[in-house]
Ligand binder design. Structure first.
Ligand code: ARG
Length: 578
């Protein structure tokens, strides 16, 4: 599909080449220089002609004036030179004859790209730690990760979503001790993951104590936990059985949340899977003389790269988080032959990823530069930071449940006429949380305010889902079917809306370039605003002229398609009735 920038770039290039065939410019260079002016009075697109000054050996003002005379026709309505800029408007004929029919014909593929064809991306995201709470700090990795997956799929990549479960580590020693001391099979069967988390929190508190209030810690429990984990590591049947059970219970619980979000993973191979794959990597590190002994531990010195050393083996011979990540990356490369491996975690892990990426490079793996870390900022709830090890955490599940309840109450109060309140409230409640979260650049720290997320009037999920439902309702009341009738643009609201719609493909590319789902969220808000302006100011069903009515219905359908495609990219459900 041709983007509007490419079409205009083509015209500029043809005009330049007609006089300067040896200018050596490419369509891509010109397209990437085209800008959307902040003030629509200056046109729909602008080209800064100083970009051509060197190649054409003329001043930007001269170039703009010369080009303005030559350009026009096709998608260009008018081209005007303003100083060193060439300002364009997009022609209404093009919007009606080309853009709208193109959207209707492409349907759920409108905006899709092909540059990922034949390439594989592995995405490692969500990855909660079993037995520890799946809390709102995981919202980022879960929804940013999944959105990046959808974006890559939309660009043609084969995507492998991996949930690298934190299913191994000393926490299992603690959990086994706590379970034997205070738990029972019935209790865990009844309480599920909540009971596991309670047990885990309880033993942590006992081990730590509360020195400020004179409560001593318990080193015996700490010692017992280490011993039980050691037994687990050395294959003790009893402990292995408990461990598997704890993992299964946790996974079943996470899957409820994933279902609400429409998220599926291709693999749940967690940390435990890589235990026997680490020695081979440690051997390579040793052979390449990359390991150094430091106070009994084995490290890779990274001082040359201004980073603290990467810890590979602890003093007691146990391996560490980076070692496991290296082994997992090697396995994934061999198994999936990825062209890119993306890891989505909080920004607190930036150093960890920078370190082991560097180690992979030093080990001589040629694919080290295919590893991408995508970090994101912290989440707090009404200003309160969310700790993990204490009981003071907000679970993702509870956050969604709260949102769903509140939406249900609003729907009942508003008497919105939705048929299936339960289903709609879930789609809107979960969507509100996701949309609110993805509205900001991912690195921004977010303070979650539920009332703001749920407002039907603000720039929220409920508002955009409501807009989508509104478009559906207009179309269904009209009993609209595609007729191929010509689409005419008759007013400013229509042209503003369609101009926005045709930028979708570019937004998709930009979101992929910067790993930024928020570009899609903001695009949705722009489309929703433009659609609502069109809806309020231009009679659709009651238009006097049947041709205008038909055109407006086609534009409504085009807006519905683009909104829906964009919703799919950020895990927002398409609600036909709200
Ligand atoms: N389980 C880790 C955590 O919750 C995240 C894992 C991220 N992925 C990775 N390959 N290190 O902090």
């Amino acid at each position: 599909m041709q983007t509007i920038k490419k079409l205009i770039a083509r015209q500029i290039l043809d005009a330049v080449n007609a006089e300067h065939p040896d200018a050596g410019l490419t369509e891509e260079e010109i397209a990437s220089a085209l800008e959307y002016p902040p003030d629509p009075g200056m046109g729909d697109l602008a080209f800064p002609c100083f970009r051509l000054s060197r190649a054409l050996r003329r001043s930007p003002v001269q170039i703009a004036a010369a080009l303005a005379e030559k350009l026009g026709g096709g998608c260009v309505g008018a081209a005007r030179a303003v100083g060193g800029y060439l300002n364009f408007t997009i022609s209404e004929g093009y919007l009606g004859d080309k853009v709208v029919p193109e959207i209707l014909a492409a349907g759920d593929r409108y905006g899709a790209q092909t540059f990922g064809k034949g390439k594989t991306v592995v995405l490692d995201y969500s990855s909660p730690n079993v037995a520890k709470p799946f809390h709102i700090g995981h919202l980022g990795t879960t929804v940013i990760g999944h959105s990046l997956r959808r974006l890559h799929e939309f660009a043609g990549y084969r995507c492998i979503g991996i949930n690298y479960l934190g299913d191994w580590g000393t926490q299992f020693g603690k959990l086994i001790v706590a379970y034997r001391l205070w738990g029972s099979r019935e209790m865990v069967e009844r309480g599920g993951i909540d009971t596991l988390v309670e047990l885990y929190v309880r033993i942590n508190n006992e081990i730590k104590g509360d020195p400020e209030h004179g409560v001593p810690g318990n080193s015996e429990l700490a010692e017992a936990s280490r011993a039980e984990f050691h037994k687990l590591e050395t294959g003790d049947e009893e402990n292995l059985k408990l461990w598997r059970w704890f993992v299964d219970i946790s996974l079943a619980e996470y899957q409820k949340t994933y279902r609400q979000l429409d998220i599926e993973f291709d693999s749940y191979l967690g940390e435990s899977f890589y235990t026997d794959k680490m020695p081979a990597q440690i051997e390579i590190l040793r052979q390449k003389h990359l390991l150094k002994t430091d106070d009994g531990a084995e490290i890779v010195d990274l001082s040359e790269y201004n980073m603290p050393p990467c810890l590979i083996l602890k003093r007691d011979g146990s391996t560490l988080y980076p070692t496991r990540d290296i082994a997992a990356a090697v396995y994934r490369k061999e198994h999936y032959h990825f062209d890119k491996a993306i890891y989505v975690t909080s920004a607190q892990q930036c150093l960890h990823f920078a370190q082991w990426f560097k180690v992979v490079e030093l080990m001589g793996y040629p694919w080290y530069n295919e590893l991408v870390h995508v970090p994101y900022g912290t989440v707090s709830l009404n200003g309160e930071k969310l700790a993990t090890r204490t009981g003071n955490v907000v679970l993702l599940r509870d956050l969604f449940a709260l949102a769903i309840d509140k939406v249900k109450a609003i729907m009942k109060e508003k008497n919105t006429g939705a048929e299936n309140i339960e289903e709609t409230a879930e789609a809107v409640g979960v969507g509100a949380v996701v949309f609110y979260y993805l509205s900001n650049n991912r690195m921004k720290d977010i303070n979650f305010v539920m009332e703001d997320a749920l407002s039907f009037d603000g720039n929220t999920g409920p508002y955009v889902q409501y807009t989508y439902a509104r478009a559906c309702s207009v179309l269904s009341r009209a009993g609209w079917q595609p007729s191929g009738a010509p689409v005419r643009i008759t007013c400013g609201e229509e042209s503003a809306l369609v101009k926005l719609l045709c930028r979708f493909g570019e937004r998709v590319c930009a979101a992929l370039d910067d790993y930024e789902p928020s570009y899609i969220t903001r695009f949705i808000l722009d489309v929703a605003a433009a659609f609502n302006r069109f809806y309020h100011n231009c009679p659709i069903l009651s238009a006097d002229d049947p041709a205008v009515r038909e055109s407006r219905l086609a534009i409504t359908e085009a807006a519905r398609i683009v909104l829906g495609n964009a919703f799919d990219l950020i895990c927002l459900k398409k609600t036909e009735k709200v």
